[in-house]
Write a protein that binds this ligand. Structure first.
Ligand SMILES: CC(C)(COP(=O)(O)OP(=O)(O)OC[C@H]1O[C@@H](n2cnc3c(N)ncnc32)[C@H](O)[C@@H]1OP(=O)(O)O)[C@@H](O)C(=O)NCCC(=O)NCCS
Length: 167
């Protein structure tokens, strides 16, 4: 399949964040708004002007940032956009923001996300047991399994080097 013509860039001043995409990864507008203004927001733009991906990165500690939201429009998933966006973000935060540690978290039942992040070189650090049970009103089921625990992953991004597990 031909590679899709997208470029990854940060959101421009006064350009609205793509809330429809952010909501794919995080169902709460309130939660999204709590981190959005403090985050660097990257978008994947399909030429000429169609935003099909988003990735928000939040500075948390010195030289550390957390990917707090990553999403690709449903119509464009499974075509490598997520990987390309995450690689571009890793390189950019290292080069421009001198970040050395990048973190991300996902649910215990989010198998494809866990696979994608590990293929990109992220390693598991710790688990917050019952995070989803305690923080969400309704139980969440995914891949035939209850999403209960929040799995934290991290990777070193200095200097950004290709040491992912992908073949
Ligand atoms: C998670 C998410 C961002 C991944 O984005 P994506 O663009 O679908 O991811 P990619 O296409 O890069 O990778 C996914 C799969 O497509 C495969 N792929 C990569 N390039 C490809 C290509 N050119 N053609 C076909 N498949 C391809 C990858 O190998 C991967 O397959 P695998 O799961 O068997 O390893 C996306 O699924 C999404 O938005 N999900 C909903 C929101 C969400 O859950 N966000 C994360 C919250 S923690």
């Amino acid at each position: 399949m031909a590679e899709i013509d997208v470029w990854i860039r940060t959101l421009r001043a006064a350009e609205p964040a793509p809330m429809d995409l952010l909501l794919l990864a995080d169902p709460s507008v309130d939660v999204i708004e709590s981190y959005l203004s403090r985050s660097i927001v990257y978008v994947a733009e399909r030429v000429p002007s169609d935003i099909i991906g988003v990735c928000a990165v939040l500075p948390t500690r010195p030289r550390t940032m957390e990917i707090v939201n990553v999403a690709v429009s449903e119509a464009w998933q499974q075509r490598g956009i997520g990987q390309r966006m995450l690689r571009a973000v890793m390189e950019d935060v290292c080069r421009k923001h001198r970040v050395s540690r990048l973190e991300i978290a996902t649910g215990n039942s989010s198998f494809s996300q866990l696979r994608l992040y590990q293929k990109l070189g992220f390693r598991m650090s710790h688990i917050e047991h019952d995070f989803f049970v305690q923080n969400y009103a309704e139980p969440i089921f995914e891949n035939g399994l209850q999403c209960r625990d929040l799995v934290h992953l991290w990777r070193d991004v200095t200097p950004f080097a290709e040491h992912s597990e992908a073949r």
